[in-house]
Design a protein around this ligand. Structure first.
Ligand code: DGJ
Length: 811
């Protein structure tokens, strides 16, 4: 049993981790240990020692001067009893004060997960996969109750936590009354209620966060922790591209494969707050939950408030170790329905090709081209409805624009299906343009603060999803479009931060942000639960809402509007610490890239996008026959290795040099691996490069070979004259024409090696450095890259299964 309660101690054990706490003699929950799995008793050795009064602390009770809440590692902390660290709760309790002191009453352990009651999505698992501990606490002075839930996912080494606060003032339940001195009924106002809080002994941690903005999402930042508080927070109304809710705590010296790393995340899509606070006694408080920004929620007697679920993991095998747990958790216990564990189609999206400027004829021509490349799903993006010819009008009016699509949606979708592809459609249902029929009919549905100026983002207003009438309108209008055209994929976009937060239908404005997200979840559930065949890709200007809450509804998320592969290395790489490749939409687009003007090779665009859910998003009419051939081969290759790319064991390598990035994914049965070697900027006279492939059977024999890729003549400019037998103008018509039909192939290397050798690293051939060229020269230059495929020797006995990368310690 992964959860045991013996005496006052609770032991939550997963396959590789242990999380222990106990009740103290005063009834508080004292955190004992979170780390590699330990099967020892008693637990005293790991407990925080207090044989004397700890400094100038406030004593909780004069009977024991060594007992100070400020110096104890706690599982939960209240306010007003001498703990001055950041408390997970700030609430005016029914007695009118802010003090709260929750102490143990009882607990229950049940198999499986426990459903959330208040409209929040949560992780899930069968009775074999998880079990749940509920600890009931009470604030004796007011009879207010707190329930802490811990769900333990054994195989994936994840524990989730959440809190439920119940205003039980006035209630005379005998179980609680025994411990309660005050029972006068009264309202309770929550100003902050985080999902969980835990105090860990400091190991010289740094907090690793994933931050950015539009087109630069999820860049990794490391914040060394020192005395005080580091916050990772969003106040935009969404989980945001500014600060993803997920973060890591990595011990000093930890890297991708070594060291203790804790991971935290939140199953929530709205404003969040995560924090790490180094207190004065070398304990680090980590807490996470709904952001208290503009939050106020009153509970009348008998009412309750449930927090979103906080997710925790631990690995002593570095950041990759923590990421592997998170990846398995998302694939096995967050993503649900028909698309769970299912291979995602290769899609083509018309956005970067057309923006709003398309006709049915243009679309069909594009779709035919996409079909010929091997695409499986054609997605019509923004601009298909109402008067939507730019981003200034039409949002909210989901009637097909017959000028652009004379056959209507149904006719158009039929044409796409007749080509042998599925049809997908874009919506932005949470928003409205002032210039729209919806706004003219219902101006009161737009979020605006009365008596104040209205602020627009991307020329649009937010619809008031706290209002059930608005929710119903969206459920009805989107649902009927979906049914009218047999749509099998939806891109659900959301393109602005919330401002002017106010709703006339709310009893208190402090509910706005959380109610908005609850409204969104209700809408998503009502639309997509009855239509489980639809693949939902959530999007918010790219990755403005890439979180575990959205992943409960949408198995994949459009990662970023940035399709430049060099930028994507940071974006997909950053998100990979928290989320698996199976949920990252990744497209190949035209270069120079619309976001950066950077010119990158088509091969690199594919090599990066392949480590996600592959799509294409470009105008095919400007491609040469050769480029189309290359794309056709890319798609065929991706399909061949799709399961490995989407569901393999994905890992990052610590960069040996700042300009080199290495990724790999290993098939779950150990039969193959695909590695990506990426070079951002070339440096002159490059040194050696190695290819490491980890996680394979050390004794087994493998063949590793470069995936052949095209090198176009225009990459070499005047250098061509040195390798051609005749002298030709490198910019002249002959070379330009030749460049459309002829390409070089980059150096292909093939090695046979054991898994052990591959883990140590294969030395690759030299890179071009201006001193010669032959078929053994790797021609990477700026933004060059290559994929390497490792396959197990089939003459050997089959592997025994997936092997975790070795737990190497640094010497
Ligand atoms: C933002 C999305 O991220 C883009 O991919 C595209 O769908 C546009 N919105 C359309 O307006």
């Amino acid at each position: 049993m992964p959860i045991t309660a013996e005496g006052s101690t609770f032991r939550l054990d997963t396959a590789g981790t242990s999380y222990w706490f106990r009740t103290t003699s005063f009834g508080h929950l004292e955190h004992l240990y979170y780390g590699p799995r330990l099967d020892v008793q008693p637990v005293d050795a790991v407990a925080f020692k207090r044989s004397i009064q700890i400094g100038a602390t406030v004593a909780y009770d004069q009977s024991d001067l060594t007992y100070s809440l400020d110096a104890l590692p706690l599982e939960w902390s209240g306010t007003g009893y001498g703990d001055y660290r950041y408390s997970p709760i700030e609430a005016r309790l029914p007695d009118g004060g802010f003090a709260s002191d929750f102490t143990y009453v009882s607990h229950e352990i049940v198999p499986g997960d426990t459903p959330m009651l208040d409209g929040l999505p949560s992780s899930y698992g069968t009775d074999d996969q998880c079990s749940t501990l509920r600890v009931d606490l009470v604030d004796a002075a007011t009879a207010v109750r707190l329930q802490l839930f811990y769900t333990v996912y054994d195989a994936v080494d994840v524990i989730t936590r959440r809190a439920v606060l119940i205003n039980a003032s006035g209630d005379d339940d005998p179980e609680y009354a025994a411990q309660s001195t005050g029972t006068a009924a009264g309202p309770l106002t929550i100003r902050r209620l985080l999902s969980g809080s835990v105090d860990l002994p400091d190991r010289n941690f740094r907090m690793v966060t994933f931050d950015g903005d539009w087109i630069k999402e999820a860049h990794r930042h490391d914040h060394p922790l020192a005395a005080g508080l580091v916050a990772n927070s969003s106040t935009t109304g969404a989980s945001s591209n500014r600060h993803n809710p997920g973060f890591l705590l990595a011990e000093g010296g930890a890297d991708e494969d070594n060291g203790w790393v804790y991971g935290f995340n939140l199953v929530y899509s709205g404003n969040h707050l995560g924090l790490a606070e180094v207190g004065s006694h070398d304990l680090v408080r980590v807490a996470l939950g709904v952001n208290p920004h503009c939050f106020e929620w009153t509970l009348q007697p008998g009412e309750r408030f449930e927090t979103p679920e906080m997710v925790m993991t631990f690995s002593d095998a570095g950041m990759n170790g923590a990421s592997h747990h998170f990846h398995d958790f998302v694939n096995d216990h967050i993503v649900r329905g028909d698309w769970q564990h299912r291979e995602r189609p290769v899609l083509f999206n018309n956005w970067e090709a057309h923006f709003f400027d398309f006709t049915e004829k243009k679309l069909l021509q594009l779709a035919r081209g996409a079909r010929d490349l091997g695409v499986e799903l054609f997605v019509l993006d923004d601009g298909w409805f109402g008067q939507r010819d730019s981003d200034t009008a039409g949002l909210g009016d989901y009637d097909v624009n017959r000028r652009k699509l004379p056959s209507g949606l149904t006719g158009f979708a039929d044409e796409i299906r007749a080509m042998g592809m599925e049809f997908g459609l874009w919506f932005e249902p949470e928003m409205v343009n002032e210039d729209s029929d919806l706004f003219r009919a219902h101006p009161e549905w737009a979020v605006r603060a009365p008596g104040r100026r209205t602020t627009l983002g991307r020329n649009q207003l937010v619809l008031d999803l706290t209002n059930p009438d608005v929710q119903d309108y969206i459920i009805e209008s989107v649902g009927s479009v979906l049914d009218s055209a047999g749509i099998s994929y939806v891109k659900w976009d959301m393109n602005r931060h919330i401002s002017d937060a106010y709703s006339p239908t709310l009893s208190e404005q402090g509910r706005f942000f959380h109610s908005y997200i609850l409204g969104l979840y209700r809408v998503l559930d009502a639309i997509f639960r009855p239509r489980p065949q639809i693949l939902l890709e959530s999007c918010a200007s790219g990755g403005d809402r890439f979180d575990l809450g959205m992943l409960c509804y949408s198995p994949q998320v459009w990662t970023s509007d940035d399709t430049d592969p060099i930028e994507r290395l940071a974006i997909q790489g950053g998100l990979s610490y928290l989320y698996p490749p199976s949920c990252m939409g990744a497209h190949v687009s035209q270069a120079p890239h619309q976001q950066t003007l950077r010119l990158t090779p088509l091969s690199t665009r594919f090599n990066v996008a392949a480590f996600g859910v592959l799509g294409y998003e470009l105008d095919l009419k400007y491609l040469t026959g050769l480029q189309k051939k290359e794309i056709r081969e890319q798609i065929a290759f991706y399909k061949e290795h799709r399961r490995t790319f989407q569901y393999g064991r994905f890992s990052r390598f610590d960069p040996r040099k700042a300009n080199k990035i290495g990724w790999q994914t290993v098939a779950r049965d150990g039969s193959e691996a695909v590695s990506g070697f990426f070079q951002t900027l070339a440096t002159a006279n490059e040194g050696y490069d190695t290819l490491r492939v980890t996680g394979l059977d050390p004794a087994r024999r493998y063949t590793v070979t470069t995936r052949p890729q095209y090198l176009y003549l225009d990459r070499f400019g005047e250098l061509l004259k040195h390798i051609l037998p005749v002298t030709l103008d490198p910019n002249g018509p002959v070379i330009r024409t030749a460049g459309k039909v002829y390409h070089l192939t980059d150096c292909v290397e093939t090695y046979q090696a054991t898994g052990a050798l591959l883990a140590a690293g294969v030395m690759l051939d030299n890179q071009f450095m201006g001193s010669g060229y032959n078929e053994h020269t790797r021609l990477l230059g700026d933004f060059g890259s290559a994929l390497y495929v490792t396959t197990a020797d089939l003459t050997e006995p089959p592997p025994t299964g997936f092997i975790r990368p070795g737990r190497r310690r640094k010497s």
